[in-house]
Design a protein around this ligand. Structure first.
Ligand code: ADP
Ligand code: ADP
Length: 226
């Protein structure tokens, strides 16, 4: 896992208006940071710049102290965990997790070992032969995380992973993500507009408004504010 440092990050789209304006943030190795704010405040833009799907207009981004502004997404080695989990419906859990290893042309025995390690960690051992359609929402989320774990990603990036779920499932998944994060200790940036997620999941909460970072504090500090 890795630290992520953002120094004075700016994003201007074609209209010239800064969607993200001078954001500086240090994310420690193993830390879980929540990016919260209303729709349109620049959360997705910031996350997409971090993962490398969007160019940074100005400012510096570092992973473990190494500047990566121009590095392509593959070199950054960050894993986006998408809202729909982006699982392949025709592949088993095993092959979904193994996918990046197959692309990297690892031997069958290496693939087997890495998938089994990840699935043990994620408690998916008993479901390796299933297809995504036959899994619960929480299990699907874990398969998506398993895929990030086997490729030894430096950090996980979550873009509103729970926003399409009903309230009950959302509550279950929140608990599950929180538990996994504690167990795995992976550096994570998690975007949400949901206050409950912001106040219960992260080590620190970064509040964005109109592209500007208003505040970065622990949930407790935010809660105890006058
Ligand atoms: P959030 O994720 O907080 O809802 P976004 O990062 O999606 O916010 O958007 C921040 C601002 O940037 C908004 O004003 C939005 O309209 C604008 N924006 C987002 N993507 C683009 C784009 N591809 N081109 C132009 N403007 C964009
Ligand atoms: P279980 O109780 O078996 O663990 P979940 O609590 O994860 O299942 O799922 C509860 C309901 O939500 C199920 O009907 C399931 O089909 C549905 N569901 C699961 N995953 C998703 C998802 N990613 N998006 C929408 N609905 C889902």
């Amino acid at each position: 896992m890795a630290s992520i440092t953002l120094n004075n990050i700016v994003k201007k789209y074609d209209d010239g208006f800064p969607a993200v304006n001078d954001v500086s943030l240090d994310i420690a190795d193993g830390e879980f940071v929540i990016l919260v704010g209303p729709s349109g405040c620049g959360k997705s833009t910031l996350l997409r710049m971090i993962v490398g799907l969007e160019d940074i207009t100005s400012g510096d981004m570092m992973i473990d102290g190494r500047r990566v502004n121009e590095a392509d997404p593959k070199e950054r080695n960050l894993a986006m965990v998408f809202q729909n989990y982006a699982l392949y419906p025709h592949l088993t859990v095993f092959e979904n997790i193994a996918f990046p290893l197959r692309l990297a042309k690892l031997s069958n025995s290496e693939v087997d070992q890495k998938v089994r390690e990840a699935s043990a960690l994620l408690e998916l051992d008993d479901h390796l032969d299933r297809k995504p359609a036959n899994l619960s929402g929480g299990q699907r989320q874990r398969v998506a995380m398993g895929r990030a774990i086997v490729r030894e990603a430096d950090a996980f990036l979550f873009d509103e992973p729970l926003s399409n779920l009903d309230a009950k499932l959302r509550g279950q998944m929140r608990a599950e993500i929180s538990q996994l994060q504690r167990r795995l200790g992976v550096t994570s940036v998690y975007v949400t507009h949901d206050q409950t997620e912001a106040m219960t999941l992260g080590d620190r909460v970064a509040v964005l408004k109109k592209g500007v970072l208003q505040q970065v504090a622990s949930p407790r500090e935010l809660y105890e504010q006058p």
